[in-house]
Design a protein around this ligand. Structure first.
Ligand code: 13P
Length: 253
């Protein structure tokens, strides 16, 4: 059985104080309502990670960063290393989010270096792939996602890859209110699993959790999760409201 995962990517939202309030609220709801059918992960901004780790101590809720550099330390002003993320008590890091690719020039070469470094430092990677609207329309989307995996991730060996969760996030569905239909998402998830099987093994592909991200909300989560190859969600906007986030967790089980 693959692990089902609901991860909240807070992006550049919430001050320290606001994030403490939201984490406390989510922690309470998860404690009271969560039946344990999925792993819950919160990914607040860097400045909140250390305090979030303290607030989540003794709970089953995981903690992740939204990005990392690939070196452990050095003269890289403004950057944060996997070693530093690990040191505050986080266990996960999101790598290759489309906003990083789009606004910060992140390439497949960079995502691979980051993934390699994150795993070497004992972090689990939530690795994002996805096509733009243009690529969906000109029907290159399978090729684009395959290249993101081949060039940006598959340099990891089998053992390293055991620490990877893949997130399919069609760029046209992020923050737009447009969701991929369950069938569209399933088609891509199935394809991603096939590509993983071809590069690694059938068994590894079967064990890899593949999350959907892009305007996932309480009212569309169950339909997406019901698909055979969709193992959870990477949630943006709806993760910023405790009740909405909890209702998505509930839809997953
Ligand atoms: P939204 O849920 O706001 O569309 O964001 C999805 C996302 O980018 C999660 O990483």
């Amino acid at each position: 059985m693959r692990t089902k995962i609901i991860a909240g990517n807070w992006k550049m939202n919430k001050t320290l104080e606001e994030s403490q309030a939201l984490i406390t609220e989510i922690r309470g709801i998860v404690r009271d309502e969560h039946r344990g059918g999925s792993k819950v992960i919160l990914c607040p901004p860097f400045i909140s990670l250390a305090s979030a780790a303290r607030l989540l101590e003794g709970t089953e809720i995981g903690l992740g960063a939204q990005n990392c550099h690939f070196e452990d330390s050095g003269a890289f002003t403004g950057e944060i290393s996997p070693l530093m993320i690990k040191s505050v008590g986080a266990q996960f890091v999101i790598i290759g989010h489309s906003e990083r690719r789009q606004y910060f020039g992140e390439t497949n070469e960079m995502t691979f270096k980051k993934a390699k470094s994150a795993v070497r430092n004992g972090l689990k990677v939530i690795f994002c792939v996805g096509e733009t609207l243009q690529q969906r329309e000109d029907k290159t989307f399978f090729k684009v996602v395959e290249a993101q995996l081949n060039e940006g991730l598959f340099g990891l060996d089998r053992k390293e890859f055991a620490n990877v969760v893949v997130a399919y996030e069609p760029v046209w569905a992020i923050g737009t209110g447009l969701t991929a239909s369950p069938e569209q998402a399933q088609e891509m998830h199935h394809y991603i699993r096939k590509v993983i099987a071809t590069h690694y093994t059938d068994e590894i592909a079967e064990e890899t959790s593949i999350l959907y991200g892009g305007s996932m909300k309480p009212d569309n989560a169950a339909g997406l999760i019901a698909q055979r190859d969709i193992d959870g969600g990477l949630i943006g906007g709806a993760a910023l409201k405790a009740r909405e986030f909890a209702d998505i967790i509930r839809a997953v089980g």
